[in-house]
Design a protein around this ligand. Structure first.
Ligand code: PRT
Ligand code: ZN
Length: 283
């Protein structure tokens, strides 16, 4: 079968995590910063290293079969690509922001105002939804300094921690779009066996990342209360301890309700709780 090609960011915020995800899928390749393309040794895949802005277009045109790129870039380039999997990293929000002392209070107040952004298409669609007619000024970098320079009344830019806005005297005003890294594919790739295998591996890596392996000790009389709190992959494993009347319980817990679960387990008599990372889960 013909190798698939996947495009990932060459350098920048998504590069490291994209490379790590593919490596965690068991793919063996050299991450040469200087080359544009590398071949995976143990899987029918080639990796293209590109600027993130070029990835959706390459996938749309079929030069790459797959790509890992921020949703913000897919939307801004208005590329026709298939969403295959949300990857849970590169999370950020495209926000409107205004100077701290701005008189703008409502989205309607943006009428006739100048807004600097690197995302003119997404912003235009957002403003159209609110029937706002603003002057969108395209700036390719350092958007956050434009109000201070008198170039705009507001900005529309990517925010993750909010630190950049704050240090430039700006405050977030409205969320335009949430974004995260997405695995996208060209049209017509459905049913491709290499893709199916790759997606299966990605899913097992993502699932494992959200999960912790937990071992705890509990007195047998408290076991029903403990097991009622746990599901495991199928159900928890219970093994006897050398000390009479005690058992060890092995299970997995998801990250989102981790501390809540641990506190409930402690309240029901769990002791010596050991938590370990999980590498992969194959359902
Ligand atoms: O060279 P290339 O074109 O490939 O990269 P790039 O410089 O255009 O993009 P890069 O590497 O900065 O970001 C790649 C992708 O990461 C983006 O398209 C988003 O999907 C995602 N992402 C996640 C972010 C951020 N977080 C982020 N914080 N992209 C940019 N930022 C910038 C933002 O523009 C602002 O300048 O970080 C600043 C704000 O950060 P905070 O933490 O101060 O709020
Ligand atoms: Zn870019």
């Amino acid at each position: 079968m013909k190798n698939l090609k996947i495009a990932i960011q060459k350098s920048g915020r998504l590069n490291e995590k994209s490379v790590q995800l593919l490596k965690n899928c068991g793919l063996d390749f050299e991450n040469y910063k200087s080359s544009l393309i590398t071949t995976v040794g143990n899987f029918p895949l080639e990796i293209l290293f590109l600027r993130d802005d070029d990835i959706p277009g390459y996938v749309e045109q079929g030069i790459a079969d797959l790509g890992i790129v921020g949703e913000n870039i897919i939307d801004e380039t208005e590329s026709k690509v298939e969403y295959i999997k949300r990857l849970g990293f590169g999370k950020c929000t495209l926000k409107l922001a205004i100077p701290k002392d701005s008189s703008i209070q409502d989205i309607k107040d943006l009428n006739g105002k100048a807004i600097a952004t690197s995302y003119p298409n997404i912003l235009k669609n957002f403003l159209d939804d609110y029937k706002i007619d603003a002057d969108i000024r395209l700036i390719s970098g350092s958007v956050e300094i434009s109000p201070g320079l008198g170039l705009s009344d507001a900005i529309c830019d990517i925010v993750s921690t909010g630190g950049t806005l704050k240090s430039n005297g700006l405050k977030p005003f409205a969320d335009v779009k949430n974004s995260e890294a997405i695995l996208v594919g060209r049209e017509g790739l459905e049913g491709n066996e290499i893709l199916i295998e790759l997606v299966q591996r990605i899913e097992s890596v993502l699932l494992a990342k959200e999960t912790k392996y937990v071992v705890l000790n509990v007195e047998k009389k408290n076991l029903p209360a403990i097991t009622s709190l746990l599901h495991g992959v199928k159900s928890p494993t219970v093994v006897p301890l050398a000390e009479e009347g005690w058992v060890a319980v092995h299970t997995v817990i998801t990250e989102d309700d981790f501390w809540d679960k641990i506190n409930k387990l402690k309240a029901e008599g769990a002791q010596g709780i050991v938590v370990m990372p999980v590498e992969k889960i194959i359902l």
